[in-house]
Write a protein that binds this ligand. Structure first.
Ligand SMILES: *Cc1c(COP(=O)(O)O)cnc(C)c1O
Length: 424
C-alpha cells in the first residue's frame, strides 16, 4: 500500500488540526456509511461527522433536492432575507416537527454552527431574565467560543480561551457522584434554595440529555424531569443543547422527548441541515422572543441550500416514526454486541441511548489504541470522555444492520488485538 502524501497538511495546515492525526489518510469520496481514500481503500463510518451526518454521506434523496435547487439558481446566500427555501422550511418545521409533538416554538436562525446557537441561547436567556449567571454541568460540551466555553467542562478546551471564563457554575451531572442515587440533583436544589450558598440566582441551566463529547454520559428521563420542574418552579430557563443528540440520534427527533419535557430554549445544529451543510437553529417559547431586530446576527444565517436539505430530511425521515423505531432497534443491536465485547474483558462497561453508544475502559489508554487499530482495519471511531477513556460509536442513522454488524466485528477484532495478553 502506498503511503498517503500528507506533506502539505503537515507543512501548511496549522498545528490546530485534529482528526487528520487520528485518521492519517487522504479521503476522496463518501456515500452512505462509507468513505473512500485516495488509494481506493474503504472505511466504514462509525463517526458520522461527529453527528452532522445522521442521514449518511451524500444521501441520494437530499442530494437530488440540492442539485435541483442549485440547477434552478435558487438563492445560495440570503442573510435573513425571506426566501422560498426558508418559507418552505419554516412551514415544514411547524407541520412535521412542532405540531405532532405539541410544541410551540419561535425559530431563530443564528450563524450556522452549534457554538453560535449556544451563544444566542445564552444571550437570550440573560436578556429575558436580566440575570447573568448560567448553570452548566460537569463534563458538558457546548462549543469553542467564549460563551460556549464558559459552560463547557473540559480543562484543556477551557484553557484555550486565554481569558477568564465567567458567569457560569458547574453542577454535578446525573450519575456524577455515584450511579445509584440522586445526590447530584439534591446538591443543585440545595444551593439554589439556600440564600447563603454563594450561588447567585441563574438566568438559565444548559444541559445535554446525553453528553457526547463528555463520554456518552446519560441523564435519566427522571433526572431530566426533575431538572425541568426545578427550573420551572424557580423561573430559571431550561436550555437543552440538542446540537449532537437532536435530529434523531437517540431515537426521537428531540432527545428530550424521552423525558416528556418541554425546554424553554433548544439549540440544534450538526444534522439539522440534513446533508452535512452548515446550519443551526435556536428554538424558544414565543413569550421569550424579546430580541430586538438584528440584535444577534451573522453573515451566514441564510445558507439556503441547507434549508432545502433540512426540509427534505424532515419530510423524508420525520413524517412518521419509522426512523425513530429503527434507530432504537439498531441501538439495541449495538448495545448487545458491546455488552458481549465488554463481558469478554476485565475493566469494561457500556452505556448509550439509541445510536450513540460507548464502550468504556477502566484503563483509559486502551480506548485510543482500539480506535487506531479499528482505523487500520477500515473503521472510523473516535474517543470521548475526560480521559478519552470511551470509544464512542456514532454511526449514521441510515446504516444497515449488515454494516453495523461488520463494524462491530472490526471493533471486536480490534479489542482482541489490543488486549491480547494484557489481561484487559
Ligand atoms: C458539536 C457541539 C457543539 C458545537 O457545535 P459547533 O458546530 O462545533 O460549534 C455544541 N454543543 C454540542 C452538544 C455539540 O455536540
Amino acid at each position: 500500500m502506498n503511503m498517503p502524501d500528507m506533506t502539505v497538511f503537515a507543512e501548511t495546515e496549522s498545528n490546530v488540526r485534529g482528526y487528520c492525526r487520528s485518521w492519517p489518510t487522504v479521503f476522496t469520496t463518501a456515500s452512505g456509511s462509507w468513505l473512500q481514500d485516495e488509494s481506493g481503500r474503504e472505511y466504514l463510518d462509525f463517526f458520522a461527522g461527529a453527528g452532522a451526518l445522521n442521514y449518511g454521506h451524500n444521501n441520494p434523496v437530499l442530494k437530488q433536492a440540492l442539485l435541483d435547487y442549485i440547477a434552478s439558481d435558487g438563492i445560495t446566500h440570503g442573510l435573513d432575507m425571506s426566501t422560498t427555501a426558508k418559507r418552505d422550511l419554516l412551514e415544514t418545521l411547524r407541520t412535521k416537527l412542532f405540531a405532532p409533538r405539541g410544541l410551540d416554538y419561535k425559530v431563530q436562525f443564528p450563524g450556522p454552527t452549534g457554538a453560535n446557537a449556544v451563544e444566542a441561547a445564552l444571550k437570550l436567556a440573560r436578556k429575558v431574565t436580566g440575570r447573568t449567571e448560567i448553570l452548566n454541568f460537569t463534563n458538558a460540551f457546548h462549543g469553542m467560543t467564549l460563551g460556549a466555553l464558559s459552560v463547557t467542562g473540559n480543562a484543556a478546551k477551557r484553557a484555550g480561551a486565554g481569558v477568564p471564563l465567567q458567569h457560569a457554575t458547574s453542577m454535578p451531572y446525573d450519575g456524577y457522584l455515584s450511579d445509584d442515587d440522586d445526590d447530584s440533583f439534591r446538591w443543585m436544589e440545595r444551593v439554589l434554595d439556600d440564600t447563603s450558598s454563594g450561588l447567585d440566582r441563574p438566568a438559565a441551566v444548559i444541559v445535554e440529555t446525553v453528553q457526547g463529547e463528555g463520554g456518552v454520559n446519560l441523564a435519566s428521563a427522571q433526572w431530566l424531569r426533575q431538572l425541568s420542574d426545578l427550573c420551572a418552579a424557580r423561573e430559571i430557563l431550561l436550555i437543552v443543547d440538542d446540537v449532537q443528540m437532536g435530529c434523531g440520534r437517540t431515537g426521537p427527533f428531540f432527545s428530550f422527548e424521552v423525558a416528556g419535557i418541554t425546554p424553554d430554549i433548544v439549540t440544534l445544529s450538526k444534522s439539522i441541515g440534513g446533508y452535512g451543510l452548515p446550519m443551526a437553529l435556536v428554538l424558544f417559547k414565543p413569550e421569550l422572543d424579546v430580541w430586538a431586530p438584528g440584535e444577534h446576527n451573522g453573515t451566514f444565517r441564510g445558507n439556503n441550500p441547507s434549508f432545502v436539505t433540512a426540509r427534505v430530511a424532515l419530510e423524508h425521515y420525520w413524517s412518521d416514526f419509522t426512523l425513530e423505531a429503527a434507530t432504537l432497534e439498531k441501538g439495541d443491536r449495538v448495545q448487545s454486541a458491546l455488552t458481549t465485547i465488554a463481558s469478554n474483558f476485565d475493566g469494561m462497561s457500556t452505556r448509550g441511548r439509541g445510536l450513540v453508544q460507548g464502550l468504556v475502559f477502566d484503563d483509559a489508554s486502551l480506548a485510543a489504541k482500539v480506535c487506531k487499530t479499528a482505523f487500520e482495519r477500515g473503521l472510523l471511531l473516535e474517543t470521548a470522555g475526560p480521559e478519552d477513556e470511551v470509544v464512542k460509536l456514532l454511526p449514521p442513522l441510515t446504516i444497515t444492520n449488515a454494516e453495523l454488524d461488520h463494524g462491530l466485528e472490526i471493533l471486536s477484532g480490534s479489542m482482541d488485538s489490543v488486549c491480547a495478553g494484557r489481561g484487559c
